[in-house]
Ligand binder design. Structure first.
Ligand code: FES
Length: 115
């Protein structure tokens, strides 16, 4: 386990994911109320960043063809994507500038290998 700082909690909007780069991984950080999630920032259907899509009902939408991915499981909730995206462990830690989202990109929660 090696958690890295990703973004301040205050900088994660309610309705959009935010793209961050951690090591060689592009990660989309999103929230559902007070819960925070980190998923691979790449649609499993084509090379599209999910951080450009909107977040609703604990899913992030791919803006290109409209597939939504469950932030908890990484699974698509609708076509055309059929493969899950990797989901990473998240921790909220208090820092000098308020709470922040830390992500561990050395492992995934759902066993999916990042693309
Ligand atoms: S590129 Fe994301 S659904 Fe097609």
């Amino acid at each position: 386990m090696s958690y890295e700082f990703a973004i301040a909690v205050a900088d994660v909007p309610e309705d959009e994911a935010v793209g961050v780069t951690l090591g060689r991984h592009d990660v989309a950080v999103a929230r559902h109320g007070d819960e925070f999630f980190a998923v691979e920032n790449l649609c499993s259907h084509a090379a599209v960043a999910l951080s450009e899509g909107e977040v609703e009902d604990c899913t992030v939408e791919c803006w290109l063809h409209g597939s939504r991915f469950d932030l908890r499981t990484g699974k698509p909730t609708g076509l055309p994507a059929t493969e899950p995206i990797a989901t990473f462990p998240v921790e909220i830690r208090d820092g000098d500038n308020g709470p922040a989202v830390y992500v561990d990109v050395t492992t995934t929660l759902n066993g999916v290998t990042p693309q």
